[in-house]
Design a protein. Structure first.
Length: 111
């Protein structure tokens, strides 16, 4: 009985074939649609860019849920907190770097 319990808790962090298949199909769809929009432009460039960015963000969440198995369970809470912190640091680093470069560019062009 104890062995069965440890086996169940061991499998709780791993996905099933169905989970991986759903993740794979969603990933392919979320890749093919933006690829098609870029290869065969039928929308304005700005709209295409926003669609590609939206699909990229959605695909990140698909990968996190279906391949990395991150969810809101208590077992995954530390992993989710670490991921959110890392994302915050990346956003701050990239955002502030772009802000600094834009500011320097504006100041260089003013003189």
């Amino acid at each position: 009985m104890a062995n069965a319990h440890s086996h169940d808790s061991h499998d709780a962090g791993h996905g099933s074939v169905k989970s991986y298949a759903i993740g794979f199909i969603l990933s392919v769809i979320l890749t093919v649609i933006p690829f098609g929009l870029v290869m065969y432009p039928s929308l304005p460039k700005a709209m295409t860019l926003w669609i590609v960015l939206a699909f990229a963000v959605i695909q990140v969440f698909v990968h996190l849920v279906y391949f990395l198995h991150l969810d809101r369970s208590a077992a995954q809470r530390n992993n989710v907190i670490a991921l959110v912190f890392a994302a915050l640091v990346i956003v701050l680093l990239v955002g502030l770097s772009l802000w600094i470069m834009f500011s320097i560019h504006s100041n260089m062009m003013a003189h």
